[in-house]
Design a protein. Structure first.
Length: 388
């Protein structure tokens, strides 16, 4: 098989890049290790920044998002049983975020792709990258026991943190920066109305809790748990009790419980690799960087990479210029480090991090500072809605 861009991974990064390229008349093939249903079964992000909303519209995959997505103008920080509302729209000259699940974004992009002639190979096994430092890269894979080769101009590694793209780069050509947090998030999805119309980030002395949603009737709740916690030790009743305990009283009183549609534990990690380009191989999304979910940045960074890579490939095929391809890594990393800083900061501010009483007092002082400082609130607001 021959194509212009071989895309590895059909998560949001690969699907979005594929859709932008297809709309531009640039051929691409997506190789995905899992089945379509498996990919659609993953419950992840929920907050879309303005840039992500815009690029989904540009890709022609926004009809349902524009109908069903919930536009938010603020969120709440809670600690010591108090609310601090961050009216981010007011503090950022009108910027908003949209609550719309990653699962739905993925479904919309899959449906848009199915309406085109572009090829997606699900259950592609043993995907391997070859010769990406030459002018004729190749990707090989196996499907139903048969070996296949794709000859291409470029490879887009959109295969998440554990995929083969980043791992195919020799260790001495890549620098990896990593920090693992000593806790994870236990998440629960249920068809119950959310405790508040807006997202609540709650700092409690026993650990962080987050109240989010997918719609007015579907809630997504999380609590901080130790990194070695087992999901089997968390029957639903235990989750509900602990979640309610960590909310401010006003929100706790409004909690409605119901059967879990999904429960899972995700470890928290910060990770960035440099560079993100290796000749004709481009890493995009979680294959190049991971942020802890506290800042709601992962999916938005992924969409930013897909858009940046698309613009670079458009210039290459349209005008024969490689300026944007050559600056891809620097262009992305600037944005990625700033979002990583914000995600790390939100994580350290809101989680139970340290037993050291001095550190805990500093954490309290920082939260109190935010209450009285418009500058502090504006900093949170402009990072939350996404830096330009
Ligand atoms: P994905 O979604 O992991 O997709 C990668 C795809 O590559 C496939 N793959 C392979 N394909 C072929 N061959 C192989 N050998 C392969 N190995 C892997 C995989 O099967 C998969 O389909 O990465 P992508 O596309 O870069 O997207 C990144 C986002 O998924 C991620 O950043 C976000 O979900 C992070 N995130 C959040 N981001 C936000 O912007 N806002 C949020 O509110 C938010 N909340 C979250 C989150 C992530 C969470 N978890 C589970 C870590 C909440 C949570 C709990
Ligand atoms: C979510 O809705 O899943 C969500 C919201 C905000 C975050 C992380 C996850 O910071």
């Amino acid at each position: 098989m021959n194509t212009q861009v071989a895309i590895i991974g059909s998560g949001p990064t690969g699907l979005l890049l594929g859709q932008l390229l297809t709309n531009q008349g640039i051929n691409n093939v997506i190789l995905e290790a899992k089945t379509k249903d498996y990919v659609l079964g993953r419950i992840r992000a929920g907050v879309l920044e303005q840039c992500t909303i815009d690029v989904l519209r540009e890709a022609g995959a926004s009809e349902r998002m524009d109908k069903e997505g919930l536009v938010h103008n603020g969120f709440n920080l809670c600690f010591n049983n108090r609310y601090l509302r961050i009216p981010f729209t007011q503090l950022t000259d009108g910027k908003v975020v949209m609550i719309y699940g990653q699962t739905e974004v993925t479904r919309d992009l899959m449906e848009a792709r199915e309406g085109t002639a572009a090829t997606t190979v699900y259950e592609a096994a043993n995907v391997q990258l070859h010769d990406y430092t030459s002018d004729s890269p190749r990707v090989t894979y196996e499907k139903d026991g048969e070996k296949h080769t794709i000859d291409c101009d470029f490879i887009a590694g959109c295969d998440g943190f554990h995929g083969p793209s980043r791992k195919s780069v020799p260790a001495d050509e890549i620098t990896e920066y990593e920090y693992e947090y000593p806790f994870g998030w236990l998440g629960l999805l249920a068809d119950v109305p959310p405790v508040d119309d807006e997202v609540i980030y709650s700092h409690h002395e026993d650990g962080f809790a987050l109240s989010s949603m997918r719609s007015k009737t579907r809630s997504r709740y999380y609590i901080q748990v130790p990194i070695d916690e087992k999901i089997e030790d968390w029957p639903e009743e235990r989750f509900w009790k602990e979640f309610q305990r960590r909310l401010p009283a006003e929100a706790a009183a409004k909690l409605v419980t119901g059967p879990a549609l999904e429960m899972s534990i995700a470890p928290l990690r910060s990770f960035i690799c440099e560079p993100m380009q290796f000749s004709r191989l481009f890493l995009a999304g979680d294959s190049a960087h991971i942020v802890p979910p506290t800042g709601a940045k992962g999916l938005n960074l992924a969409a930013g990479d897909a858009k940046t890579l698309f613009e670079a490939l458009k210039l290459h095929y349209g005008e024969g210029k490689d300026d944007l391809l050559n600056s891809y890594s620097d262009d992305c990393l600037d944005r990625v480090w700033k979002a990583s800083r914000f995600s790390w900061w939100m994580t350290t501010l809101f989680h139970k991090f340290s037993e050291n009483p001095f550190n805990r007092k500093i954490q309290q002082a920082e939260l109190e500072y935010l209450v009285g400082s418009k500058a502090g609130q504006t900093t949170i607001a402009e990072n939350f809605v996404g830096l330009d």
